[in-house]
Design a protein around this ligand. Structure first.
Ligand SMILES: [Zn+2]
Length: 460
């Protein structure tokens, strides 16, 4: 099966690359103009190139250039503590557009005719050799049979504040029809057979909102098995690849239960779409990674480990949908200052939710707490520090925990900046639902400088 589809994707990929590189006016997706006409529109088109062991993902970015004729673009050079060298051959597709390097290797200067559409192309390729094991999941994973990447590690973009409202368009028609496409913004099944094309509309995805949700997005395509199911009453998608010691149905049941528990904890079921990707590391035992994204989370785990090893990983990553995502993510450069806040509370509650549901024994909760208490003094690790501070704050009760509940709002009856004072003093396990915070969760919001006393116990 692999050989057959490999032949097809090579043909499609090479053809697409030729078309896109030489004649970029060819468009597979036709996007409607965004409702908010004033916001920047970024269009990304993707196509697979190359041979199985040297596969590249071709990306074309289109945006409207500024009236000045000069724009700065950001290129992905690091993410999640990893230095990235995946991006190659960044170039303009029009002769009257120039790209200049500057001292900051994360930026480029693009000179273009003022106000005109700018088209840039680049390629992503795997920037390590050997097996896929932690921490290489944080690099763009570009393989012959599949790709998986994030907005932060793969997308070139015009430089603007991460909270800038944008319209983003993603054209996945250039990846093989035999590939499933599963992203933060939609899922397209693979073609049912070589003679039946997958629905093209599902490969034309759009997003309107702050850039940070594109930066925090997950993109996967390839030989994933796609399963659609519900968590409670809300739709969800599992995109899973590789053989496992358990069934896909068992993974779905685990997601339904564990993510459902966290949604119940928050009394927030506002998830019109949610994706979980599930993929193997190239080792048999002892390693896993979960990461939360916009409308999504991923799980990587060792091939032969049991499903139960992911119980608190799932509650942890599901919890990040609120802390920090629906509270307001930290601004650039604040991660080291307030990382303890979202990792600590999330670690603490991920275990507590699982324990209360009878999914993990008290011993494992105590073991983790003791380990972090032992390591706390002198530690700069956000998980360790936060895991110790979170229960302290909880015991100090409402005044301290008020800092934690700053973003909690009911779905109804509040504007974007609304806050119900009574709720802000109660414990998050009381489970008020939240809206996406209008403001970033910077250090001043967390330690309560705006709210008066009691912040000191939470200062990290
Ligand atoms: Zn975390």
């Amino acid at each position: 099966m692999c050989k057959n589809f490999r032949g097809r994707y090579l043909a499609v990929g090479i053809a697409l690359h030729f078309v896109l590189a030489r004649n970029a006016i060819v468009a597979q997706c036709t996007f409607s103009p965004p409702a908010a006409a004033a916001r920047p529109v970024l269009l990304y088109r993707f196509g697979v190139n190359g041979e199985r062991d040297s596969t590249t993902l071709g990306v074309i970015l289109e945006f409207t250039g500024s009236a000045s004729g000069i724009d700065t673009v950001s290129v992905p050079v690091q993410w999640a503590g990893e230095r990235l060298q995946s991006m190659r051959r960044l170039r303009a597709l029009d002769a009257d557009v120039e790209i200049d390097s500057i001292a900051d290797h994360a930026l480029r200067i693009v000179k273009h005719p003022p106000g005109r559409r700018v088209r840039l192309a680049y390629e992503l390729r795997r920037d390590w050799t050997g097996a896929l094991n932690h921490p290489y999941e944080f690099h763009p994973m570009i393989f012959g049979g599949y790709i998986e990447m994030t907005g932060a590690n793969a997308l070139v973009r015009p430089r603007f504040d991460i909270y800038t409202p944008i319209a983003a368009e993603f054209d996945w028609t250039g990846v093989p029809a035999s590939w499933a496409v599963a992203t933060s913004f939609g899922t397209a099944d693979h073609a049912a057979s070589s003679s039946v094309k997958a629905p093209q509309a599902d490969r034309c995805q759009t997003f309107n909102g702050p850039w940070r949700d594109v930066s925090g997005a997950l993109f996967a395509a390839g030989d994933f098995r796609v399963h659609r199911f519900t968590i409670g009453t809300k739709p969800a998608v599992l995109a899973i690849r590789g053989p496992w010691a358990f069934t896909d149905s068992a993974v779905i049941a685990e997601i339904q239960r564990n993510v459902g528990l966290v949604r119940a904890f928050w009394h927030d079921d506002n998830f019109p779409y949610f994706l979980v990707t599930w993929a193997p590391f190239d080792r048999d035992h002892g390693s896993s990674d979960g990461t939360g994204f916009t409308n999504a989370l991923w799980i990587f785990m060792s091939k032969l480990d049991s499903l139960s090893t992911q119980t608190t990983q799932l509650t942890h990553e599901a919890f990040h949908a609120w802390d920090p995502r629906r509270m307001g993510q930290e601004p650039d450069g604040e991660e080291s200052r307030i990382g303890w806040f979202h990792e600590g509370f999330t670690t603490y509650y991920a275990d507590e939710i699982a324990y209360r549901a009878g999914l993990i024994p008290l011993e494992s909760v105590v073991r983790r707490a003791n380990r972090d208490l032992t390591n706390f003094e002198g530690s700069t690790d956000s998980y360790t520090r936060g895991d110790v501070i979170a229960p302290m704050a909880r015991r100090r009760d409402s005044r301290c925990v008020a800092r934690y509940s700053f973003a909690r709002r009911r779905h109804a009856g509040h504007g974007a900046n609304g806050r119900r004072a009574a709720n802000a003093r109660s414990h998050p396990r009381d489970g008020r639902s939240v809206h996406r915070a209008a403001r970033p969760s910077d250090a001043s919001r967390i330690d309560g400088r705006h709210d008066g006393a009691a912040g000191s116990a939470l200062r990290g």
